[in-house]
Ligand binder design. Structure first.
Ligand code: 5GP
Ligand code: MG
Length: 192
C-alpha cells in the first residue's frame, strides 16, 4: 500500500483511482449516454457540490446538446449520514417533458438519491435516469435503478475529484481513500 499524501489532521490518503482510471470511466459513461440519448436533448441535473468536477468532464464528452442544472442537498454531518435529506438549492428550470439525467458523485446508502428522484419524478420529466461516478454497492438499491455507474468500490471514505472531507481535498485530480482516521469530535458541516 503506497501512501502518497500526508495531512496533519485528517489521516493518510491512499490512492484509490488514478487520473487515468477516472478518465477511462468517464469516457465510457459519456459514450453510453451519447448512444442512448442520440438525437434527443438532455438535461443534466448535477448534485452539488461533490459532482461538479465529474459533471464538468462528463458534459464535455457527451456529444449531445445539453442543458445543465444544479441542485444541492444536505444530509451528511461530517462522515455520517443523518438520514434526513433536504434540498438547499433547487433547480432553476422546469423539467416537465424533458429527458433528465441526475449526475451524482458517489452512492452510499442511496438515501440522498432516493429522496431526489422521488422529488424530481413529481415534476413529470419525460424520462428520469441516474449516472453516478462511484457506487459503494454496500446497500441494496431496491428503491431505484442506477442507469450508469463509472466505478464500483467496496467501502472506505473517498476524497478528491470533487469529493470532500469537511470541505477539503475536492481539488485533487485523483480519488483517494482516507485511512488511519483520527477520532474527530464536533463536526457540524453538513454540506455535500
Ligand atoms: P447516501 O445518501 O447515498 O448515503 O450518500 C450520498 C452522498 O454522501 C454522496 O453524494 C456524497 O456527497 C456523500 N458521500 C457518501 N460516501 C462518501 C465518501 O466516501 N466520500 C465523500 N467525500 N462523500 C461521500
Ligand atoms: Mg453527492
Amino acid at each position: 500500500m503506497k501512501l502518497i499524501y500526508r495531512t496533519d489532521n485528517d489521516g493518510l490518503l491512499k490512492l484509490a483511482y488514478s487520473k487515468d482510471e477516472i478518465s477511462t470511466a468517464v469516457q465510457r459513461l459519456a459514450d453510453a449516454i451519447s448512444n442512448d440519448y442520440a438525437g434527443q436533448k438532455l438535461l443534466l441535473v448535477v448534485v452539488l457540490k461533490g459532482a461538479f468536477i465529474f459533471a464538468a468532464d462528463l458534459s464535455r464528452r457527451i456529444g449531445l446538446p445539453l442543458e445543465i442544472e444544479f441542485v444541492k442537498l444536505a444530509s451528511y454531518s461530517g462522515r455520517e449520514t443523518t438520514g434526513k435529506v433536504k434540498i438547499t438549492k433547487d433547480l432553476e428550470t422546469v423539467i416537465e417533458g424533458k429527458n433528465v439525467l441526475v449526475v451524482e458523485d458517489i452512492l452510499d446508502t442511496g438515501i440522498t438519491l432516493e429522496f431526489l428522484l422521488r422529488n424530481l419524478a413529481g415534476r413529470r420529466p419525460k424520462s428520469l435516469k441516474v449516472c453516478t461516478l462511484i457506487d459503494k454497492v454496500k446497500h441494496p438499491r431496491g428503491a431505484f435503478t442506477v442507469d450508469y455507474t463509472g466505478l464500483y468500490c467496496s467501502g472506505g471514505f473517498l476524497v478528491g475529484y470533487g469529493l470532500d472531507m469537511d470541505e477539503s481535498y475536492r481539488e485533487l485530480d485523483a480519488i483517494y481513500e482516507v485511512t488511519d482516521l483520527p477520532s474527530r469530535g464536533g463536526l457540524n458541516d453538513n454540506s455535500m
